[in-house]
Design a binder for this molecule. Sequence first.
Ligand code: ADP
Ligand code: MG
Length: 300
Amino acid sequence: MSQAMGEREPAMRQVDPTTTERGDRPAASGTARIVAQRLERLYATRKSEVKALGPLDLEVRDGEFLCVVGPSGCGKSTFLRLVGGLVRPTAGEIDVIHDDPARHLVSIVFQDHSIFPWQTVEQNVRTGLDIATNLTKVEKKTRVDELLDLMGLAAFARSYPASLSGGMRQRVSIARALAVDPEILLMDEPFGSLDAQLRTILQEELIQLWEQDRRTVIFVTHALDEAIFLGDRVVIMSARPGVLRSEVEVPFPRPRSHDLRGTSEFAELVQRTWDVLRDEVVAELEEARAVGRSADGARR
Ligand code: ADP
Ligand code: MG
């Protein structure tokens, strides 16, 4: 998938899988990487134009768990929408390079509202499969059952989302996104509305799951400890329009477990990353204040 300004045809670039570095990852994993070059997105409203993102240069490696942090409104969700093909770039390019055209490319998990309240847990998980694949009924059932089992949802297969806790609902969202076995998983603050304890547990479940297949993931979050616990790398975006401000390679070995959070190395890295992000959050607050002042001025 390639999208650029103007009406250029989307180009599917092929990469020779034999030349792609897979490291020690299991053979079942895909080979999908993402390259953003001078990527920009503007939103035009009737009154004005908002430059939400860019120019952004960023490469997400094959099989990488990349976390993205940045002040609110800096274009993180916009970046995911661009990767997922939900919006087009205003300038620059975003390429998703992968080697298996038969495989489902991208699934997205949002913070809320990504499951259908009128469908049971089982139906929700099956919905993606119905749309995106040509599996037989029996194959679908097997796949759904496997996922429900994996995500600890088997006992709730016939429940409706309203009867589940927030954590269980997010598990359903993740199971639904994984049902089509996408090469790339995009997660937009998926645990943002959960309380701290539940969030910790879902982080641990997610990372165990990911360590088994190591598909390419972009995970957007506000929480630095979450980013560092999960990610191979954390990129920090500037205040709007978001550009790459800094990046941190996370050195902690895998598999990662709960114990990592208690180490001094972990605390130091969270602190060091916060020192960078702090400047951007302050810049975002100052801009919001300035906008408030000029709005006050205009009212007077
Ligand atoms: P983030 O996810 O980092 O909080 P977003 O990507 O949602 O940021 O938004 C970036 C900026 O673009 C914000 O100022 C937001 O108000 C604006 N924006 C996002 N979507 C739209 C839209 N559809 N129309 C107009 N402005 C938008
Ligand atoms: Mg967002």
